[in-house]
Ligand binder design. Structure first.
Ligand code: THU
Length: 169
């Protein structure tokens, strides 16, 4: 099923559940301007799934992507550690890929697992690991349920993050 790399942190049934949730989330998209519905499903460390959809506005810049809706919902409900996020769109022939702003926001969140970049092994760290994370998986899907998975680090290399703010002090 996976096109690029096997699921590296989640059991296949968990991946499937997350994918289905992202497709369900897409149904709530409010996108009268782009007509491009997107859904996201964010899995917390505790096993909860927060869904998000894109929500556009007549004042175009105020629109928000599905991924950030899901992250903001989860964080505002007290969840700050995440295992994975799945994204769904209606594109039949392409895997939906998160925009730059969403990649940066994903980069901010904490993740409970460290993923060795060269291995499919999962390393459990003390919970929570307390670091901000670039190394957690993003499942980018097609409507037929196929997906590619990349880490935030792969999607946003050489990024700026919270730890950089400490470096001048
Ligand atoms: N969009 C998302 O919600 N997530 C993505 O990964 C890419 C784009 C939304 C933003 C806008 O509402 C519409 O898709 C067209 O760009």
């Amino acid at each position: 099923m996976a096109q690029k790399r096997p699921a590296c942190t989640l059991k296949p049934e968990c991946v499937q559940q997350l994918l289905v949730c992202s497709q369900e989330a897409k149904k709530s998209a409010y996108c009268p301007y782009s007509h491009f519905p997107v859904g996201a499903a964010l899995l917390t460390q505790e096993g909860r799934i927060f869904k998000g959809c894109n929500i556009e506005n007549a004042c175009y810049p105020l629109g928000i992507c599905a991924e950030r809706t899901a992250i903001q919902k989860a964080v505002s409900e007290g969840y700050k550690d995440f295992r994975a996020i799945a994204i769904a769109s209606d594109m039949q022939d392409d895997f939906i890929s998160p925009c730059g702003a969403c990649r940066q926001v994903m980069r901010e969140v904490r993740h409970p697992f460290a993923l060795p970049s060269s291995s499919a092994m999962v390393v459990r760290l003390p919970q929570p690991c307390g670091t901000f994370g670039t190394n957690w998986p993003v499942y980018m899907t097609k409507p037929d349920g196929t997906y590619i998975v990349m880490t935030v680090q792969e999607l946003l290399p050489s990024s700026f993050g919270p730890e950089d703010l400490q470096k001048t002090q």
